[in-house]
Design a protein around this ligand. Sequence first.
Ligand SMILES: [Ca+2]
Ligand SMILES: [Ca+2]
Length: 216
Amino acid sequence: MRLTLSALLATAAVVIAAPASAAVVVTHVSVGDPNTLPAGQTLIADFNNPADQDATLVDFVTLTLNGATVGVNEGVGGYSGTLPNDPTNYLTVPGGKSATFTSTRLMSSFSLYMGSPDTYNSIRFIGAGFDQTINGTQMFQGDTSQAWSWGKRINFDFGDYKVSQVILSSSSNSFEVDNAAANFAAVPEPATWAFMIMGFGAAGAVLRRRNALSLA
Ligand SMILES: [Ca+2]
Ligand SMILES: [Ca+2]
């Protein structure tokens, strides 16, 4: 089989090319169910231990609570609402504060069980060449009830993009969430890397041969 340089470069371009679409797809995947996770997602944080607020269940994710609280005034009007069917502790992001998940493994989707929908809640996703903020109106799909009886798992799918940081923030009290989960992108197999390196090597060899021929 004879591989031309253009074919090799086309293959390389497909591997390297930046994804075309840039929209986070927001889906409400379950109602009133704190615990069921979307297929393929891993639980990151359950916020059940107020004494160890940034405890995470996977060692490649860190959580920074920039004024957000766990086990503080949960269900106290004016500060933190409640999450239906969830008797455990959860994360409250009050006005002017934030909470940041940072992962060394890239995420292809992320989800949270959320309560009391507020338009002033927001969630920001950051990855290589990617930075998108979803506001409360988008996140809760127009639901502005602020009802404490409202509880849904909301999933954020990044399409072809990969996200390494998720920032929850709110401009007023409060943004209440529990049981954060994510689908972590597969780490390329050694064989895949070997194939790519061989491909680049072959492209280089063709280039060198062409240069040698043109000098002749
Ligand atoms: Ca919890
Ligand atoms: Ca709320």
